[in-house]
Write a protein that binds this ligand. Sequence first.
Ligand code: ATP
Ligand code: MG
Length: 302
Amino acid sequence: MLRVRECVLSNEVITADSVETALWDAIVVPEGIKERLRNQTVLSLLVRPDLPFAMTALHGLCTLYGPPGTGKTTLARGLPAQVARYVGGGAVRRIEINPHGLMSAEHGQSQQRVSELLGEYVPGLASDGVPTVVILDEVESMAVARSAASLAANPADVHRATDAVLTALDLNAAEHPHLFFVATSNFTTALDEAFLSRSDAAILVPLPEPEALRKILASTLLMLADKYPALGELARSSVVERIAEAAHGLDGRRTRKVVFEALAQRLDTVLDPGSLTEDDLATAVHNAVAETGQPEVSRAAR
Ligand SMILES: Nc1ncnc2c1ncn2[C@@H]1O[C@H](COP(=O)(O)OP(=O)(O)OP(=O)(O)O)[C@@H](O)[C@H]1O
Ligand SMILES: [Mg+2]
């Protein structure tokens, strides 16, 4: 039988000087997105404990949504290290939850499990009062729109589970203002409206623009250049700019992978990555872009 603690992937306290800052820095998005996520979180953790929930209506919940592979989960994971320096004590707990298992619980059990997890278990893990970021990854599996629930195998159960999420969020908002929830989702249309209404901010994390694609390609090459110095030249050349233009439509995850796909095209470059050429990279990008026209292929390849 599934226990709620199996849905908690990790629970750790993170400080501002943690190596975790690399997570946040690895994600290339318009600066406004990171700022908004950080500010919303700091504001919530600093201000909500002293104000009545009935007057702020703030739930301490932010939803990151957007296409697959755009950095949502990584930003959420990197967030605690970014906010740690602004909160008392200089540390933030991060609790990561993957709710998938919950919804496959036996008939009628999901609601109870959700209440137990979000209403009791998680607040219990944070009962020492340390400011805590709780990541609800791929939340659509938990807070599915009740209007769309007729599609689900067990609609009544999904209904009640969504209700349980909302109730737990309301209770935590009032009783545990040191908890801040960050939900991630690939889409918003399937998310329950009442859930979105509880989000203090819903932030779209879009597909990378050409300049972002360039930075992602260049940073992936530069990382490899530590070991294969010849790649440093390619990373810094204007070639990357042209290739980035051609990569339009790729998500961030695929853009990083495409460098390795380029290496894998020839045994020569597998054995000697430093010999990667502009053409190798251009071909891999071309193929990747052609595949994104076939969503089922590109998703399966992730
Ligand atoms: N905007 C980006 N900039 C740089 N790298 C990115 C970006 N987006 C994704 N990546 C790379 O892809 C990896 C996976 O990203 P992540 O899992 O955070 O995406 P996601 O939006 O949560 O995807 P999904 O919706 O499929 O869960 C990251 O570790 C990073 O290497
Ligand atoms: Mg994710």
